[in-house]
Design a binder for this molecule. Structure first.
Ligand code: NAP
Length: 312
């Protein structure tokens, strides 16, 4: 493909879509490339209560917020492509992004590739992915209607998703490696009032097992070393295990090119990476707060800086 876009945005989560919106409004010739569904982590988040202007009572879901963002980007003229980029050339005035079949070129690249859920880290985990183990309550909660479910983690995601799961499962137990939650106090208050929610403190899942489906696991108390075997109720034959213990950055593509810290891309406050014409926005960046609002802000700044760079 000979066409040279002004801006290519990689990733259509809140950061990428905000960048698309601002780049489109600036009349930059913009392409947004996303390999899967729009929204990133937000696409699998049930309830958003902290995006400014969102009212808790209106029960805004991640997918509904993202659908509106996507529409807005389309309205301002950014082109869209569904493709998986497998290699990049970022040095020079024209950046090249290659997939298995296509090649895309642009003066500016905005990296908004986000992060993906960390595995639970127990023995046999891979064998039971999709067979009891899940990382998306919104996607899989309905499979566990009236079953027992366990959630690993103690942050905002774990506690919020555990509460969501109580709408389906008959009992939900949070397994947390410490004796206090990391989640925001307002979220904790709701959780402790939820009669279907239970806690296993100071605990980690050591191994999982079952025939076809997950029906057994060993949980270790990290303080006492005591091992507890959890087995599915024989009438159920399985239980659910959801992991929400944080995220790994989607930055492999840029290793050795962009400066990073722990896999997250380093930028200045204007989203500039170490390569001129390459910006990073959202959860992929080294930053202190990874939220929809900060991702969207990054995307807006990156797009405005892209315009400045192109017109310099
Ligand atoms: P997080 O805040 O990093 O919390 C991860 C949790 O998993 C922590 O409780 C941590 O335990 C535990 N953990 C980490 N590694 C573990 C391991 N190997 N084994 C067992 N447990 C482990 O991640 P998050 O909850 O996904 O949130 C990510 C970001 O998104 C945060 O900034 C959060 O505020 C934000 N977020 C916000 C909302 C909201 O406001 N509505 C919703 C979701 C996410 P320790 O506590 O012991 O470290």
């Amino acid at each position: 493909m000979d066409k040279i876009y002004d801006v290519i945005i990689l990733g259509a989560g809140p950061a990428g879509l905000a960048a698309g919106l601002y780049a489109g409004r600036a009349r930059l010739d913009t392409l947004v490339i996303e390999k899967g569904k729009d929204g990133g982590q937000i696409a699998i988040t049930d309830e958003i209560e902290n995006y400014p202007g969102q009212m808790v009572d209106e029960k805004e879901s991640g997918p509904s917020l993202i659908a509106r963002m996507t529409k807005q980007v389309e309205k301002f003229g950014a082109a869209r492509v569904s493709d998986t980029i497998t290699s990049v050339e970022l040095e020079g005035d024209v950046k090249v992004l290659k997939s298995a079949k296509n090649e895309y070129r642009a003066k500016v690249v905005i990296v908004a590739t986000g992060a993906f859920p960390k595995p639970i880290g127990c023995e046999n985990e891979a064998k039971f992915m999709g067979k009891g183990i899940s990382f998306c309550a919104t996607c899989d909660a309905s499979f566990f209607e009236d079953f027992e479910v366990f959630v690993v983690g103690g942050g905002d995601s774990a506690v919020e998703e555990a509460m969501y799961l109580t709408k389906f499962a008959r009992k939900v137990t949070i397994i947390h490696r410490r004796d206090e939650l990391r989640a925001a106090k307002s979220i904790q208050e709701k959780a402790f009032k939820n009669p279907k929610l239970h806690f296993m403190w100071d605990s980690v899942v050591q191994s999982v097992d079952g025939d076809e489906l997950l029906s057994k696991m060993v949980v270790k108390n990290v303080k006492t070393g005591e091992l507890t075997t959890v087995e599915a109720d024989p009438d159920d034959g399985l239980f659910g295990l959801f992991g929400f213990i944080g995220y790994n950055p989607n930055s492999k593509l840029f290793e050795g090119m962009l400066d990073m810290e722990g896999g997250y891309i380093k930028t200045d406050e204007n989203m500039h990476t170490n390569i001129p014409g390459v910006f990073a926005a959202g959860d992929i960046r080294v930053k202190s707060l990874r939220q929809v609002v900060t991702a969207a802000a990054d995307g807006a700044i990156a797009a405005m800086q892209a315009e400045k760079y192109i017109n310099a």
